[in-house]
Ligand binder design. Structure first.
Ligand code: C5P
Length: 219
């Protein structure tokens, strides 16, 4: 089974994806990683994020292994890492170059240790619309920008990253704007997606609702 979870930053996609992959024994592909990897590699090579040609070359040469290596860098998950990922992800050629790698994972999903899995949970912005339009179950998870900024701000504080709530809120809004209005694969719910607004739901409540949808589909 293929399950996709799309939606804006800090809506709770990652936690839901991780809960679902554990419960059903499915592999998990966090597709934001491919764009974060290209953005970080650009940064490490001192390239300007507006240098589309360099971003494309990096995307064309990106391997799964190198992506996981880059993920060990503290800048991979930082606010700057998210911003840079969002900039390079708006280039249509970069998205096209990274598509096959994301789609191929569903053909042979594997856990982190390489063991094969019977299904996969994707999370991202366009996994139900572009990466895996054939997915059996699709979710679109959202929450107000203020609630998402509050969650992200707390995460940064826990990780010891210095920032302010206002800065995080501005970043969340800027990313929403870029991700929703880009010409290629803009963030939007698939026509057959189940939409959850998690502003006033706990992650356990969201997980329970998602499991009901999946279990009904499996019957
Ligand atoms: O989900 P995450 O915050 O790691 O994503 C980083 C950025 O990568 C997003 O802001 C978005 O611009 C881009 N992205 C995308 N399509 C995806 C996943 C992420 O454009 N499927």
């Amino acid at each position: 089974m293929i399950i996709t979870i799309d939606g804006p930053a800090a809506a709770g996609k990652g936690t839901l994806a991780s809960n679902l992959s554990k419960k059903y024994g499915y592999a998990y592909f966090d597709t934001g990683m491919v764009y974060r990897a290209v953005g970080l590699e650009m940064h490490l090579q001192n390239k300007d994020m507006t240098d589309e040609d360099s971003a494309l070359k990096i995307a064309q040469n990106l391997t799964f292994e190198h992506m996981h290596e880059l993920a060990k860098n503290p800048d991979f998950r930082s606010a700057l890492g998210g911003k840079n990922a969002s900039i390079v992800s708006a280039y249509p050629a970069v998205r096209a170059a990274l598509l096959k790698m994301q789609q191929d994972f569903a053909l042979h999903p594997v856990f982190a240790d390489g063991t094969p899995a019977k299904g996969v949970v994707y999370d991202g912005r366009d996994t139900g619309t572009v990466v895996c339009p054939q997915a059996e179950v699709k979710f679109f998870i959202t929450a107000s920008p203020e609630v998402r900024a509050e969650r992200r701000y707390k995460e940064f504080l826990q990780k010891g990253i210095k920032t302010s709530y206002e800065e995080v809120l501005a970043d969340v809004k800027a990313r929403d704007e870029r991700d929703s209005n880009r010409a290629t694969a803009p963030m939007k719910p698939a026509a057959d997606a189940v939409i959850f607004d998690t502003s006033s739901l706990t992650i356990q409540e969201v997980t329970n609702k998602a499991c009901e949808v999946i279990d009904a589909k499996k019957k």
